[in-house]
Design a protein around this ligand. Structure first.
Ligand code: XMP
Length: 508
């Protein structure tokens, strides 16, 4: 395994992605971890990430110099490179006029192992003000630009390498080759980490952990909970019970689809709690968005609790926590899960001993790959994010059975047409909303007074900020025509052209 020591750089998850793309397993660890904890991982190589600090600040992250005596190869990137040089006795300079941001052509000495197969002049992505001005003993320069004399350095005898640029980003076209060289030529990795092996490994671990105990999983039908349910089901079969709380606020046919997949294909017990009426009666007359969310969250727990009580004491609770959740929550040892992901604090209402979180070291695309390998259908594995309160936050105003049904039909048409137009993987989230606005229209010779459906489509990488998707007019036209023709009580369609911020992705 390769250990990535995190110094707070913005591309750190990308470094891990790049390493795993070469079928080498890696983990990210905060720089603060002790030497003992690092040694315990027995890494074949260590990568120091970039970071926002300057090595001369007293408060900036440092490493124990004993790390360099472990006999483990190290690749330092940006701040990581400066830190390595500084810790080993070199010097780092700061010159605002020599800052480099963006693409730079680096002249390489291609005799270095790190640069095998890479050209003598390559475009690399720079983002720094500090740079190495004096090399530590035993190092030599293997890459430079007119403004950065030590853009790449090495001490081959010890397996220490440093680059001032960012090999992990796409703007450094040969960056992946450089990382590969570090993994294979320098660290001697084999590149035999595959999802198939990982699944087998996890299944073995889950079986050992659970023994003959009982486990419980809250299945929402989303990607993460479906994949974790499939994996644990494969490992312990009937010892697992999956509880799917159907609040009646799923997209069209979604509840039945989840039941079909999990009731037939997998070996675990599957319980579908059909609780639509419970939810609708609690939501009757409620229009305030926050209150709606709270009611749905609380009722969800109550329904789950009722089902869990029927099962009796369980030993383990299965959760689909994934790596970005853990990284975003500060890389703690125990996962502080974003409230979004933790279906409203289940652990406190279910009596269990331990958590099972077999996806906690996987990235989203790896979770999807696992899902496919476990036999889940593509439509489920590539499903777009769907909020916990479901259509409850897409029915503006009071949630009624009729409004939910109208929305489900309109939303299904929108999704179908986006898929037909081949846009489903380009637009990160797209859905319909039933507004509380009714307006006058004319159909045939008759006056109508019906609902307005709003369509929302966004492009985003992190869902924290988002831009409205430029869906072609022809596609919008087709969707609009179909909805007003096929869905009763809708006579007007609008498209939301606000980005986030100032709007949010959901309407409520
Ligand atoms: P907003 O509306 O805050 O949404 O811009 C950002 C992303 O989060 C999803 N979302 C939720 N997901 N429970 C969830 O699991 C929720 O309560 C929730 N609210 C919003 C939303 O769909 C979008 O992807």
């Amino acid at each position: 395994m390769i250990l990535i020591l995190d110094f707070g750089g913005q591309y750190n998850q990308l470094i891990a992605r790049r390493v795993r793309e070469h079928h080498v397993y890696c983990e990210i660890m905060p720089w603060k971890k002790s030497l003992e904890e690092i040694k315990a991982k027995n890494p074949k190589g260590i990568i120091f990430t970039g970071g926002p600090n300057s090595v001369y600040d007293d408060a900036s992250p440092k490493v124990d110099s004993a790390l360099f005596a472990l006999g483990v190869p190290i690749l330092g990137i940006c701040y990581g490179c400066q830190l390595m040089a500084y810790t080993l006795g070199g010097k780092v300079g700061h010159a605002a006029e020599l800052s480099e941001y963006g693409k730079a052509e680096v002249a390489f000495d291609t005799t270095s192992k790190l640069l095998k197969g890479i050209g003598a002049n390559e475009i690399c992505w720079m983002s720094h003000t500090d740079y190495v001005t004096e090399l530590p003993e035993g190092f030599r320069i293997i890459g430079k630009t007119p403004t950065c004399p030590a853009a790449a350095i090495e001490c081959e005898a010890k397996g220490f390498y440093g680059v001032q640029f960012h090999p992990e980003v796409n703007h450094t076209p040969k960056g992946s080759a450089l990382i590969k060289n570090f993994l294979f030529e320098v660290c001697g990795c084999k590149g035999d980490w595959t999802m198939t092996n990982y699944i087998e490994d996890q299944i073995k671990k889950i079986r050992e952990q659970v023994g003959d105990g009982k486990a419980l999983c809250a299945l929402s039908g989303g990607v993460d909970s479906s994949v974790v349910a499939a994996l644990v089901s494969k490992a312990i079969g009937k010892q697992l019970t999956c509880v799917f709380v159907d609040h009646g606020l799923m997209r069209k046919n979604e509840g039945d689809e989840v039941e079909q997949i999990f009731d037939g294909y997998f070996d675990s017990h599957f319980v579908r709690a059909n609780a639509q009426e419970r939810f609708l009666s609690k939501l009757k007359g409620v229009t305030d968005p926050e209150q709606k969310r709270k009611i749905i969250g609380a009722e969800f727990i109550r329904v789950f609790e009722d089902e869990a009580r029927k099962i009796g004491k369980v030993d383990y609770l299965v959760q689909g926590t994934i790596y970005p959740d853990i990284i975003e929550s500060g890389l703690g040892d125990s996962a502080v899960i974003k409230s979004h992901h933790n279906v409203g604090g289940l652990p406190s209402v279910v009596d269990f001993e331990e958590l099972i979180e077999p996806l906690r070291l996987l990235f989203k695309d790896e979770v999807r790959q696992m899902g496919l390998e476990l036999g889940l259908p593509e439509y489920l594995v590539y499903r777009q994010p769907f909020p916990g309160p479901g259509l409850g936050v897409r029915v503006i105003g009071e949630v009624t059975e009729d409004k939910v049904a109208i929305l489900q039909d309109a939303d299904a048409i929108f999704r179908e047409e986006i898929a037909k137009a081949g846009l489903d993987r380009d637009i990160n989230q797209y859905f319909a909303v039933i507004t509380d606005v009714r307006s006058v229209g004319v159909m045939g010779d008759f006056r109508t007074y019906d609902y307005t459906i709003a369509l929302r489509g966004v492009t985003t990488t992190d869902f924290m900020t988002a831009d409205w998707a430029r869906i072609p007019y022809e596609v919008l036209d087709k969707v609009s025509t179909r909805i007003v023709n096929e869905v009763k009580h809708v006579n007007r369609i609008v498209y939301d052209i606000t980005s986030k911020p100032p709007a949010t992705i959901e309407f409520e």
